[in-house]
Each structure stands twice: as C-alpha cells, then as structure tokens.
Design a protein around this ligand. Structure first.
Ligand SMILES: [Zn+2]
Length: 387
C-alpha cells in the first residue's frame, strides 16, 4: 500500500477522524468506527511498541465518545426474581469476560477481573498491578468456596487478578501452559504450585459436579493484529506491564452441569469455530469485529437456547461506573445478526445480577447435532485426556 508512514506522528486524516463528531446513540458512529479500524490497519505495524500507539488512539476515541449503557436494551436483560427456584445453574456476570457459575453449593469462575486497569496505563505501558480494594469489592459477590477458576487466555483483563482470587478462595486454576507460565513468574507463585492445572484443547476435567471440556480458540485482532500475541516473553521476570500479559494459547470451554451445556469463549475469528454441538447457553466474546464476523457460523454450530454476547463492556472503566459498551463494540449489529439467524434467545446480563438458566422444555435440544456428529470428531485437536 502506498501510504507514507512516519512513526511518532499521526496522519492528518487520522487527526480529522479524532475530531469527527460521534453518534451519541451508537457511542461511536459506524462510519468513524470502520475508518478507525482501516486506518489502524495500515498505520500500525506488528510490533508491541506500535500496538501501544494503537491503544493511545483507542484512548483518544474513548475519551470523546459517550458510553452507552444497557438502558436501550432493558427488554433483553435477564435476572432472577425472588420467586426463581434456587435449584438450577446460576450465572453471575462479573464484568469484562468474567462469570460465576453456581450449582447446589458448587462454584466455578471464568476470567474473574475486577481491577479494571485504566486505558492510559495500558497505552503508555505503565506498570500495572491488581487493585486489591476493587478485587475485595468484586469478591463480595462471589461464593466463599470456589471449585476452580478457568481462564481463556493470558491478557491482563483475564489473568491479572487470578492469583489474588486464587489465594483468597484457595482454589485451583485451569488454563493453558502460556497463562500458567506467566503466573509461575510472579514472586508469590510458590504459594500455589499444586493448584496450577495446565490444559490444552481436547482435555477434559471433572471438578465436583462440573465437567469441563477444553476447546481450541482464537483471539480477535485489534487493528489487524492480536494484541500482545507473543508466546514467549521478551523480558525475564514477572509480568509488569499490560504487554507482558501475553495472549498465549486462547481456549474456549464447554461446561456440562445439571444436564445442561454452557459454551464460553472470549471472542475469536472465523478461522476457528465452536464445535457442532447444541448448547443451552452460548457466551460468546464480542469485543471486536472478528468475533462479530464469526457470529452467524458460531450460532449455526452451537444452536444455543440462549445467546449471551460477552466482553462488550468498556473494561477500562471501574465496575462501579456501571456497564457501558466498549468503543469498538457494535451491539446493534450483534442484535440484527441474532434476529436474522433466529437461533436462540438473545439475552444480556448486568454486573452482579444473577440469572438462573431455565431448564430445557425439550432436553433433546441438548443432544449432539446428529447431522454433524462426524465433523465433531475432526474438530478435536490435541489429545483427549481426562482426569
Ligand atoms: Zn484478550
């Protein structure tokens, strides 16, 4: 592409874009959003340094946008009422891609993250740390006993708080080798060596009543590149900056509990789709355009009874500020796509408001998709190990 590049300076077109008015309702006008992504693609090379600049650009956009909340979608928000029976599987949204699943006194967490490091710290590469007070606030909504924590990948908004939550709940972590290697480099890692459980796609873990199947996944690209994508750290020692919290091997999970199936990932690209298997609830990361591009195919495969788009909030703002859509999300498009596909009921959860997954009227919906049973075995990559 014949585009002049000069590091350290923003092109005039980009500056114009930064000053363009935004559509209040969508919190970032579609046209501006597409142009931002296109500009980002040619402007930023694949180095971490330039990705840092991408975050600065994102910050400039976030600063001038009006974060829309869930107010326009109250008809989609579900939560328990005092009359809801306590016998089912209860799902609590913790913000970002964090969830608590509870069933009969047992609890599983996925990607718990309460510190909500601000975008400036990420953009300028400052040292980031878990925010103990915010973690304590978030953990007031958690069950005291946790069977296990599952982590989808090593980015700070999924893994940074996990050691603190692990030490307070004395639970174990189920994650990829790359995520566990990051935590092993922390000064207090010696406190939990036996509680690190390394998994790869195809593995199965049974923890209490939970059956957890580990699936291969991919990570969305930001300006054409997976953020902090390196698998080995450039620097020895504990992770300090956002860029040290490397993506590593992304994972998805199918959690089987109470005769129901929950699929969860943190987003992904059309290059890797979920398995051909009906689920009761599909929690699909939707932060960036790649995961929206794969949405129709993902729904076709999972045929979920309930569709919960995830990772849509602006996770650079504290949880106490309430749910606001992230600057690169596009929930109106997600909603349109789900309506067109007409597979399952689209729902939203607000922070810390539990919802019990209703039992299936026709449990047949939980059977593997017979037409595609053959394809399923081809999907599994990695060895089938169970323990
Ligand atoms: Zn990530």
């Amino acid at each position: 592409m014949n585009v002049p590049r000069s590091r350290g300076h923003l092109p005039s077109e980009l500056l114009q874009l930064l000053h363009a008015p935004c559509n209040r309702k969508d919190h970032l006008g579609d046209r501006a959003k597409h142009r931002l992504i296109a500009l980002g693609k040619f402007w930023f090379t694949s180095t971490t340094e330039n990705l840092k600049h991408a975050f600065i650009l994102l910050f400039a956009f976030s600063a001038q946008t009006f974060g829309a909340g869930l107010g326009s979608y109250t008809d989609l928000i579900v939560s328990d009422s005092p009359a809801t029976p306590r016998s089912g599987v209860r799902v609590t949204y913790l913000g970002t891609n964090g969830y608590q699943f509870e069933f009969k006194g047992h609890t599983l967490l996925v990607d718990p993250y309460f510190s909500r490091v601000d975008l400036v710290s990420v953009a300028v590469g400052s040292r980031i740390q878990p925010d103990i007070s915010r973690i304590a606030d978030g953990m007031r909504h958690l069950a005291p006993k946790v069977d296990a924590i599952l982590v989808t990948h090593g980015h700070f908004d999924h893994l940074l708080d996990v050691p603190t939550v692990m030490s307070r709940t004395r639970t174990r972590l189920i994650a990829s080798r790359s995520s566990i290697d990051l935590l092993r480099r922390l000064p207090d890692a010696g406190a939990f060596p036996k509680r690190f459980d390394t998994v790869t796609a195809g593995d199965i873990r049974r923890v209490g009543p939970w059956k957890i199947r580990v699936l291969a996944a991919t990570h969305d690209r930001l300006f054409g590149k997976v953020p902090f994508d390196q698998h080995e750290s450039d620097r020895p020692g504990p992770p300090q900056r956002a860029s040290d919290w490397m993506c590593g091997e992304p994972l998805g999970f199918i959690i089987e509990i109470n005769g129901q199936r929950i699929y969860i990932d943190s987003g992904g690209t059309p290059a890797q789709l979920p398995p051909n298997e009906h689920v009761d609830l599909a929690i699909l990361g939707m932060a960036l355009p790649d995961s929206r591009a794969r949405l129709p195919a993902a729904l076709e495969r999972l045929q979920p009874r309930y569709i919960l788009p995830s990772h849509q909030d602006n996770f650079f703002r504290p949880l106490s500020a309430g749910f606001q859509f992230g600057p690169l999300t596009d929930f109106p498009r997600v909603k349109r796509e789900c309506a067109q596909q007409n597979r399952g009921r689209l729902i939203l959860l607000d922070y810390f408001r539990p919802w019990t997954l209703p039992a299936a009227v026709n449990p047949k919906s939980q059977a593997p998709n017979p037409k595609q049973r053959r394809a399923k075995s081809q999907l599994s990559n990695g060895t089938d190990t169970e323990r």
